[in-house]
Unconditional design. Structure first.
Length: 163
């Protein structure tokens, strides 16, 4: 597996309202032709990938963008994105830019709602009366929807550790 899209949303640490976002496709090197499964899952086209920057360039752009909001905490829905970033950084000999701090928003959400099972982003949104906006499994749409869940996880005035 390789990262084919990076989507990120920065939220205000006090209000948890979105401040800015970043999106780029990433041209894969191990499997440059997207599989039917990947295309169907993400709605990303081969043309979008073929014209995308390399992982190294995409990460440089992401880091440049994110540093404008430092300090920041890397959050994702589960641990998969973190481990995929670590793997791709290692493969491309790019320093992993997020340090050791990571918030698994899926686990935090499950803890807050008091359920042992960890729901999908659409299921989590549904449980708080919201619907998923955009295409599920698209990096930027997932990031936007995860950001919408943050106020349900972290109470007003709660400062997220590391932010």
């Amino acid at each position: 597996m390789e990262i084919v899209e990076i989507g990120a949303v920065v939220v205000c640490p006090e209000t948890l309202q979105p401040l800015n976002e970043f999106q780029t496709f990433v041209r894969p090197v191990l499997n440059p032709t997207l599989t039917d499964f990947c295309r169907n899952l993400t709605n990303i086209t081969q043309l979008q990938i073929d014209s995308a920057p390399s992982f190294v360039d995409a990460m440089a752009d992401l880091i440049d963008w994110a540093n404008g909001f430092a300090p920041f905490v890397f959050c994702s829905w589960g641990n998969y994105d973190r481990t995929q970033f670590e793997s791709d950084c290692s493969r491309h000999e790019v320093e992993y830019p997020f340090g050791g701090h990571h918030i698994n928003v899926k686990a935090e959400f499950a803890s807050v709602i008091g359920r042992p099972q960890k729901p999908s982003v659409p299921a989590a949104l549904h449980s708080v009366g919201l619907t998923f906006s955009g295409s599920h499994h698209r990096g930027i749409d997932d990031a936007r929807n995860i950001a919408r869940l943050l106020p349900y996880i972290f109470p007003p005035g709660h400062r997220v550790a590391g932010s």
